[in-house]
Ligand binder design. Sequence first.
Ligand code: GDP
Length: 334
Amino acid sequence: MPHQRTPVPSPDELILGINQGNTTSLARAITLVESDNPEHLSKAARVIEACLKSRPETMRIGITGVPGVGKSTFIETLGMTLIEAGHRVAVLAIDPTSTLSKGSILGDKTRMTSLSSHPKAFIRPSASGESLGGVARKTREAIILCEAAGYDIILVETVGVGQSETAVHSMVDFFLLLKLAGAGDELQGIKRGIIEMADAIVINKAEGANVARAKQAQTEFSRALHLYPPKSSEWQPKVLTCSAIENSGIAEIWDMIKQYFLSVQKDGYLEAHRSAQNRQWLMQHLEDVLKSEFFGSETLKKQLDGWVIKVENHEVSPFKAAELLLADYRKELK
Ligand code: GDP
């Protein structure tokens, strides 16, 4: 018999379930938020709004690194350390390619065996979507839902496709870059922007014969980080080494993260930073929606094609053409 999916619970049922820490309700609420069905929009908005009210003290931590660097092994080991320290951990992922690959390579439960079966952990693979913006929005809302369900540490993983690190950076409090020790080429082939975003660089697989190279990389990165201007958080980014597989260096990383949160909570930066992120998301979302409404209109698209030719042929100024198109857009709205 085909599996019959139970109907979507009402927003009130979902809110109640989430407040009780019920993972089924949480998972269904995230599915609702991820849905592109316009009917689900207002329901999702109600759930989010209710969840926003709780505002518990949480830590949002972004983790990035190339495939194979050890992100899932690291999250598994760090996640278990956090749970042993009394926390509840949610793992989310941002992977804009998940639609194409028909399944995410991130946040895969099978790769985090202890964590995924632990009652104090919640793991959710990346939302799928056409655009990074859409996937990021869904993940951001999932953070709110997880926090309302009692997860006080949210780990957001990304593999760094396109601008996905920037998207993760804009929704977390602390951003951690995982690296491997290379042969003296640590600073090559790494996007400058990512180093600038990082609050910590962690060199993974630092065990056995690799320790010396990892220490060397640590020195090089530390030196390089000092050349960057100070962060608005006034936090000096740290470089540490670890072996996720052998669980060495993980406790030190957790100590560093706690140190960061202590300092940004005390001086009010954490709160101010989250407010600034909210503001940024509002502006970004407005921009996205306006753009998609304008460019999504078939009539306007046809007209635009015509104007493009005229503009290219210097028959009309680009600004005049834009004004005329916008006038038509406003008429369409009426
Ligand atoms: P991801 O693609 O970044 O999520 O990386 P994975 O966590 O899947 O790890 C990729 C490979 O590296 C796997 O074979 C892991 O077992 C291995 N790995 C991860 N962490 C370590 C580590 O600390 N030391 C060693 N030697 N191998 C590791």
